[in-house]
Design a protein around this ligand. Structure first.
Ligand code: HSE
Length: 432
C-alpha cells in the first residue's frame, strides 16, 4: 500500500482534530482509497503538553526545516493560523515542491494571489476547505460539482460566534454583553472576540469565496465590513415583528463586470433558508443557473469538524499523487475573470433613528427621503421605547432598494434638521 507522508505545522485545536480524525478513520480511508496516510512530523516546541491524545514524541520537531525541507514529506498541513509566519512557511513548502493544505483564512485572504502563483509555478496543489465554514464542504463543491453552473450571488453565515450571540439575543431576549460573557465562559467565543464580533473573520472567508466563485481579488480591507456590536434587542424585536431575522451575512453578487459584496448584519426574511441557521452553526447559500438554490449547512468550527475538512483535502491530494495527475488550476484561487470588486451594491435598508417626541417630525423625515428618491416600505414609531433622559423615541423605517451612498446623503440631510437626534442603526434587508 502506498504511504503518503504528511508534515503538520502546529498542533492547536485544528491540528489536534486532524490528528484525531486520522486516528479514528485511518483504516477506513485505507480501505476506501488504498492509501496509507501518516502524519510523520509535527512542528511544535512543547511536546510534553497534555493534548488529550497520544502522539509519539519522536514525531515532534521544533525545526520547521525538518518538515519544509524533508524529501520524505509529500504534503504540508499548515495549521498554525495568523498571517505570519504561516504565509512564509506555505510559500516555502510550495517552492520546495510540496502540496499544501491549510485552514488559514487570514493568510489566504491576505496573500492568496502570491500563494496561487507559487502553486502554479511549482506544479503543486494548494487546498483550503477548512478555511471557510470549517467542516462544511463548500469550497470543494464550488470547485467540482458546481463548475457546471453560473453563480450570480453567494450569501453566508460564516462566523459561529456572532451567529450564536444573535440567536441567543433573539431567543431569550438577553443583551449582547450578557450573551458574549456566557459564550466566553462556555468556550464558544475567544477571550478577545474582536475578529469575530467586528466581522473581520467573516470578511476573510468572503474574500476567499469571491475568488473561487467570481475570479476576482477582493482583499478583506476592501470589503465593507461591519460586525454585530451595534445590533440591539430593539432592532431584533422590531425585525421579528416585521417578519425578519437579523443575521451577520457575508454576501457578494456579480452584476455586469462588477462584483459587489460586504459583511454586515442584515434583516433576512424569515422564509429565507439562512434565517433558520441558529447558534454556532454556519451555512452558505448559493443559486446556480442550473442547480437552482443550494444551501450548505454545518459546523464552522471545532477540532473534529475542521479536522475532517483538512483531512478531506489531504486524502484528495494523496489520491492525485498516487495517480500522478494534477489540475491546470492548482490552487483553484482565481483573480483574472475580468470583473472587478466594487464594494457595496444597492439594497433595501432598515434604519433606526432616535427622534424627539413632538409634532411635525414624520413629515420632515419622509419629505427628505422623497427628495432623495428613496421610497419607504414600512415606518413604525416605538413610543414605549423612551431613550435616555431626553424625550426621545425610536423611529424605524424599512426603505425600498437604494444605493448606500444615496441613503447616507439622505440621512445626512435628515440629521441637519431638528427632526432626528441620532441614527442608531442601519442594516441591509435581504429578501429573495
Ligand atoms: N472564530 C470562528 C467562528 C471559527 O466563531 O466561527 C473559526 O473560523
Amino acid at each position: 500500500m502506498r504511504k503518503i507522508k504528511v508534515g503538520m505545522l502546529g498542533i492547536g485545536n485544528v491540528g489536534r482534530g486532524t490528528y484525531q480524525a486520522l486516528e479514528m478513520n485511518h483504516d477506513l480511508i485505507a480501505e476506501k482509497t488504498g492509501l496509507d496516510i501518516e502524519i510523520t512530523k509535527i512542528l511544535n516546541r512543547n511536546p510534553d503538553k497534555d493534548r488529550g491524545i497520544d502522539i509519539p514524541k519522536e514525531k515532534y520537531t521544533a525545526d520547521v526545516e525538518e518538515i519544509l525541507g524533508n524529501p520524505d514529506i509529500d504534503i504540508v498541513a499548515e495549521l498554525i493560523g495568523g498571517i505570519e509566519p504561516a504565509t512564509t512557511y506555505m510559500a516555502k513548502a510550495l517552492s520546495n515542491g510540496k502540496h499544501v493544505v491549510t485552514a488559514n483564512k487570514a493568510a489566504l485572504a491576505a496573500n492568496g494571489p502570491m500563494l496561487a502563483a507559487l502553486s502554479q509555478e511549482h506544479n503543486v496543489l494548494l487546498r483550503f476547505e477548512a478555511a471557510v465554514a470549517g467542516g462544511i464542504p463548500i469550497l470543494n463543491s464550488l470547485s467540482t460539482a458546481l463548475l457546471s453552473n453560473e453563480l450570480s450571488e453567494v450569501h453566508g453565515i460564516l462566523n459561529g460566534t456572532t451567529n450564536y450571540i444573535l440567536t441567543q439575543m433573539s431567543m431569550y431576549g438577553k443583551s449582547y454583553e450578557e450573551v458574549l460573557k456566557d459564550a466566553q465562559e462556555k468556550g464558544f467565543a475567544e477571550a478577545d472576540p474582536t475578529a469575530d464580533v467586528e466581522g473581520l473573520d467573516a470578511a476573510n472567508k468572503l474574500s476567499i469565496l469571491i475568488s473561487l466563485i467570481f475570479g476576482v481579488s477582493a482583499p478583506p480591507d476592501k470589503i465593507p465590513t461591519r460586525g454585530i456590536t451595534s445590533v440591539s434587542n430593539v432592532d431584533i424585536e422590531f425585525a421579528e415583528e416585521a417578519g425578519y431575522k437579523i443575521k451577520l451575512l457575508g454576501s457578494a453578487e456579480h452584476i455586469g463586470d462588477k462584483v459587489y459584496g460586504n459583511v454586515e448584519p442584515v434583516l433576512l426574511h424569515a422564509s429565507h433558508p439562512l434565517a433558520s441557521v441558529n447558534n454556532e452553526f454556519n451555512a452558505v447559500f448559493v443559486e446556480g443557473n442550473a442547480a437552482d438554490e443550494l444551501m450548505f449547512y454545518g459546523r464552522g468550527a471545532g477540532p473534529l469538524p475542521t479536522g475532517s475538512a483538512v483531512l478531506g483535502d489531504i486524502i484528495d491530494i494523496a489520491r492525485k499523487i498516487e495517480k500522478e495527475s494534477a489540475y491546470d488550476n492548482l490552487s483553484r484561487l482565481r483573480y483574472d475573470s475580468g470583473s472587478e470588486f466594487a464594494g457595496e451594491g444597492s439594497s433595501k435598508y432598515y434604519v433606526r433613528m432616535a427622534v424627539p417626541e413632538k409634532s411635525g417630525i414624520l413629515g420632515k423625515i419622509t419629505t427628505i427621503f422623497g427628495e432623495h428618491d428613496i421610497s419607504i416600505e414600512v415606518i413604525k414609531q416605538e413610543a414605549d421605547e423612551a431613550i435616555g433622559e431626553e424625550q426621545l423615541v425610536s423611529l424605524i423605517v424599512i426603505l425600498f432598494d437604494t444605493e448606500k451612498s444615496r441613503l447616507m446623503k439622505a440621512l445626512d440631510a435628515i440629521l441637519k434638521t431638528d427632526a432626528v437626534h441620532s441614527i442608531e442603526n442601519i442594516m441591509r434587508v435581504e429578501t429573495r
